[in-house]
Design a protein around this ligand. Structure first.
Ligand code: ADP
Ligand code: TZD
Ligand code: MG
Length: 589
């Protein structure tokens, strides 16, 4: 911007300010133009006013107590809405707090934009020591799908368009947008500014698989005797629920939903093989992955759980070409978006499709029914203190009675037991720890779910998991959100009965204050706090929370010894024969 131009603009600011705009308003206008309605934020220099002005301009701006949780909420919003969730933070420490969430969004393939205020380039680049100085763009790059910095007000439209398209196109991910404080105060002609904005057209266009890829996939699927479908959260994200259901039912294959794909088809669907997971993984001769990666969550498609090596053909639908063959050779890759690929398959298989033989589907069904029946009585117990089964039997019934509830879930045992016991009946009604198995996403997930869907939220939290994000109960109370949090309180990480093996006075590394009253935290902010020790009391407390819609925290006392080390993934802990010999106390739990 030339000096003359600047002087002229300053003069106009005196006489006709309405003919001008600034960086603040261009950024807000650009976000609104691209459909952003909500910003998850923590205020401070240099973005305090940006949040205020955004609120004044009709955006919903929710302030959190810590950027990490604002970021997790934005990431979850991206998953739920198929639009980028936006998080806004201050520079350096605020940016770093938000960055974990941006990396989480990228890892989970969800669209998110982290907008962070930053210090001026002249100071940062010469390392002159500014207030909260940091080269944020460089630090964001490895954790984001794309990272951009905007230096001039006239480029704000471009920067936001780049961020929106990058977050949504192809495999979605997190985008970092660096906004130096000085940018926000830059002034330009309002009409020029308006012209500089870009509304992104079709950021995630349909991507069709080629006809050869489709017929190859049909051939592989047709030749299968014991086929299995694995549906991942990419399919839930894709929001083509009817097409996926149509494909599964037309093929007639048993299917396994990954954690956040639960409910895409109801977990009680006759083809759902969750309760026969070991059987189907081991026996299947063809595995058809729909929006699911063969990563650690599926033990990379190999090992004992997967039966004899080399006995399975893989078919995979994914938008990201490089996902193919990342762990196992994919016999029939279908590269494209799930809706287009599933539709192409349905067209190609036609109406004379032969469903798999009853000897396979019947055996799977029998196993499912046997396992469900065996589990049922354990879910009916009314023990006090509770075990996971008794408490989650109640939650299972609540989700059946209120299928629109969004179930948020984190912890170790609290996570694994809920995932396996509690059915989800509708798409995108389960938000959890995602690809990383990250603790602390619970309150961000819960807030995003309440804000983006307007539905009742039920958050089943391990006491440790909750501790990572517990202060956000104030945020929940402040916005009066219909969130019912149940703390599965077993006094610690995995279990509450750990001991200090030195015999010293410090508690074990995995235990917390005994009999902590998390419910009292909630009442401190005007929410409802309830302390329960039996499944009957838990049932009553959840019913009251749902009836009132009030922010509620239920401290559910779980027996200290009810859990297992690391829940279902204890096998991932490193071990050594030396350590086992040195610590005889390390009994297997
Ligand atoms: P899960 O953890 O449930 O197994 P992942 O996160 O590992 O699921 O896998 C999701 C996959 O879905 C990613 O590989 C991603 O590229 C893919 N994906 C996301 N959206 C789409 C879409 N619209 N069409 C096709 N694939 C998609
Ligand atoms: N830090 C982060 C960010 N993510 C993690 N996954 C962990 C630490 C390690 N971790 C787990 O993997 S589960 C867990 C931790 C600390 C807590 C388990 O205890 P809980 O659940 O109280 O939440 P249960 O029901 O007692 O098992
Ligand atoms: Mg615990």
């Amino acid at each position: 911007m030339g000096v003359e131009n600047k002087a002229e603009l300053m003069a106009r600011a005196e006489t006709a300010p309405e003919t001008l705009t600034d960086g603040f308003h261009l950024l807000i206008d650009a976000l609104k133009l691209n459909g952003v309605e909500t910003i998850y934020n923590v205020p401070g220099i240099p973005i305090t006013d940006l949040g205020r002005y955004a609120q004044a301009q009709g955006l919903r701006v929710l302030s959190f107590r810590h950027e990490q949780h604002a970021g997790y909420a934005a990431a979850a919003a991206g998953f739920l809405t198929k639009k980028p969730g936006v998080c806004m933070t201050v520079s350096a420490p605020g940016f770093l707090n938000g960055l974990t969430a941006l990396a989480h969004a990228t890892t989970n393939c969800w669209p998110m934009i982290l907008i962070s205020g930053s210090s001026e380039r002249e100071i940062v680049d010469l390392q002159r020591g500014d207030y909260e100085e940091m080269d944020q763009l460089a630090i964001a790059r490895p954790h984001a799908k794309a990272s951009y910095r905007i230096l001039h007000a006239e480029d704000i439209g471009l920067g936001v368009a780049r961020a929106v398209r990058a977050s949504l196109s192809g495999r979605p991910g997190g985008v970092y947008l660096d906004v130096p404080g000085e940018l926000l105060g830059q002034v330009m002609d309002a009409a020029e500014g308006q012209k500089s904005l870009i509304k992104v057209v079709e950021p995630n266009p349909a991507a069709f698989p080629g006809p050869d890829a489709v017929s190859r996939a049909v051939d592989v699927l047709k030749s299968a005797k014991k086929p299995l479908i694995i549906i991942g959260k990419g399919a839930a994200y894709a929001q083509c629920d009817d097409t996926v259901r149509d494909l599964v039912e037309t093929l007639g294959f048993p299917y396994l939903p990954m954690s956040m794909a639960k409910g895409l088809l109801p977990d009680v669907h006759p083809l759902c093989a969750s309760a026969a997971r070991s059987l189907v993984l081991k026996e299947a001769d063809c595995v058809f992955l729909i929006g699911a990666r063969l990563n650690w969550l599926l033990s990379h498609g190999k090992g004992k759980a997967w039966g004899e090596p080399g006995t399975k053909n893989f078919v995979q639908i994914d938008i990201e070409p490089t996902e193919m063959d990342s762990n196992q050779g994919i016999a029939a890759p279908l590269i494209g978006d799930i809706e287009s690929c599933a539709t192409a398959l349905l067209d190609a298989i036609g109406s004379d499709w032969q469903k798999p033989d009853e000897s396979w589907t019947g055996a799977v069904r029998e196993k499912v029914e046997g396992n469900v029946a065996r589990m049922a009585p354990r879910l009916q117990n009314n023990n006090s203190p509770m075990d996971y089964h008794g408490a989650l039997g109640v939650v299972k019934q609540v989700m059946a009675d209120h299928p629109d509830t969004v179930l948020v879930n984190e912890g170790a045992n609290a996570l694994d037991m809920t995932r396996s016991i509690v059915d989800v009946h509708k798409p995108r009604k389960r938000l959890d720890v995602g690809t990383w198995g990250i603790m602390g996403v619970g309150m961000g997930n819960a807030i995003a779910a309440a804000v983006e869907t307007g539905n009742q939220v039920l958050a089943i939290e391990g006491d440790s998991a909750f501790g990572f994000c517990g202060m956000e109960v104030e945020t929940i109370c402040r916005y009066d959100l219909p969130i019912c949090i149940v703390i599965m309180n077993n006094n610690g990480i995995y279990r509450g009965d750990g001991e200090n093996w030195s015999g010293g006075e410090d508690p074990s590394t995995t235990v917390f204050v005994k009999d902590a009253r998390y419910d009292i935290m909630m009442t401190a902010f005007g929410g409802v706090g309830v302390h329960v020790t039996s499944p009957d009391e838990l049932k009553q407390a959840i019913a009251e929370a749902f009836a009132s819609g009030k922010p509620t925290l239920i401290n559910a006392v779980i027996a200290e010894d009810a859990g297992k080390e690391s829940g279902n993934i204890g096998n991932l802990n490193p071990s050594s024969v030396v350590a086992q010999a040195r610590y005889p106390q390390a009994k297997k739990i």
